[in-house]
Design a binder for this molecule. Structure first.
Ligand code: ZN
Length: 332
């Protein structure tokens, strides 16, 4: 496989790069040591899932692609997945002859036809699939699918949060993520593709679940956010990184503040990682969500299309040119 594009909703540099957290998550640290990585900022006025993921896919800010609603719903003038005009990164890869598997990337409902296959992502009122991929009927696109099946309580959410303790809820969230992680290699074996896109949401969802329980008067205990990062690093991330590809991209749509004393929310500072041949290891360079699509094309050796974002890939060979230049001038 050429490309593995791993979306981790809400993976926050405010948490990952905090001095007090250094050494806490060795698998993330190892990944950063092998890669070019840094902050992936979303737009200040659109620090949320729908617009930011769509900017990641298209290389355009929300004012250009037009999908401004938090959940990509066609309301209040927002576009939706079905009528955004900009080309998506998987469409462009298809044009370059690469087949794509797209698994639960946010705001991709209903699934579109691609060269390959697609399983629509959250929010997804029902399973929506295109192409040759077989999805078990009990597969949950997202943890919240189970929540949504319980009784709605206007103003504060769903009966789920009264029926489940926070500990049970968090455990369910983990199980939904693990189930997806187990299915992905099976889908790839049955229907191989050149580029895989897949997204996991537990690092974002845990914060929102804390908010849901806090709305019911339970204490807001931020430590659950950190312990979810502990679990993700120790249990889930090694499974996710066991999938092999020439190039790896990890990206998040927004961040989460380090210390939310009351009900917390998103911040602007997502994370990205680039790993592969000719990508310098351990290099920190900050970028923006709109830079990810052109960077993806550049990484694979294709000319990025003319979009607002630009490639932030540093090539090892470019850094070598600096050495040659300095050597030529007699500095080295
Ligand atoms: Zn998000």
């Amino acid at each position: 496989m050429r490309l593995y594009f791993l979306g981790i909703d809400g993976l926050a540099t405010s948490i990952l790069f905090a001095p007090q957290n250094q050494g806490r998550w060795p698998n993330f640290a190892h990944l950063f040591a092998q890669s070019q990585h840094g902050i992936c900022d979303c737009e200040a006025e659109y620090q949320f899932t729908g617009p930011s993921w769509t900017s990641i896919y298209t290389g355009q800010p929300a004012d250009v692609h037009g999908l401004k609603d938090l959940w990509g719903r066609p309301r209040n003038g927002s576009k939706a997945f079905v009528n955004v005009q900009e080309a998506y990164v998987w469409d462009i890869l298809n044009q370059h002859g690469l087949s794509t598997g797209v698994i639960t990337m946010p705001i991709t409902y209903p699934a579109r036809r691609v060269q390959g296959w697609m399983i629509a992502g959250f929010p997804s009122p029902k399973l929506s699939v295109t192409g040759p991929v077989s999805v078990p009927p009990d597969f949950l696109v997202d943890h919240s699918e189970a929540i949504r099946r319980t009784q709605r309580i206007p103003g504060i959410g769903y009966a789920w949060h009264d029926q489940m303790s926070l500990a049970e809820d968090v455990e369910h969230l983990k199980q939904v993520e693990l189930r997806k992680a187990q299915l992905v290699p099976q889908w790839l074996a049955a229907s191989p593709v050149d580029a895989l896109f897949v997204q996991y949401s537990s690092l974002d969802r845990v914060g929102h679940e804390l908010n849901n329980y806090a709305r019911r008067g339970q204490p807001f205990d931020y430590s659950h956010v950190h312990t979810m990062y502990d679990w993700f690093d120790a249990e889930l991330l090694p499974q996710l990184l066991a999938i092999e590809a020439d190039y790896l991209i990890v990206v998040s749509d927004h961040g989460w503040p380090l210390w939310a004393e009351v009900q917390g929310g998103h911040d602007q500072h997502g994370t990205y990682v680039l790993r592969g041949p000719d990508v310098p290891a351990g290099m920190r360079l900050d970028g923006r969500n709109i830079d990810i699509m052109p960077t993806t094309l550049d990484l694979l050796g294709f000319e990025p299309p003319a979009v607002t974002g630009h490639s932030i890939l540093l090539r090892t060979s470019e850094l070598d040119l600096i050495d040659e230049h300095l050597e030529g001038l007699g500095y080295l």
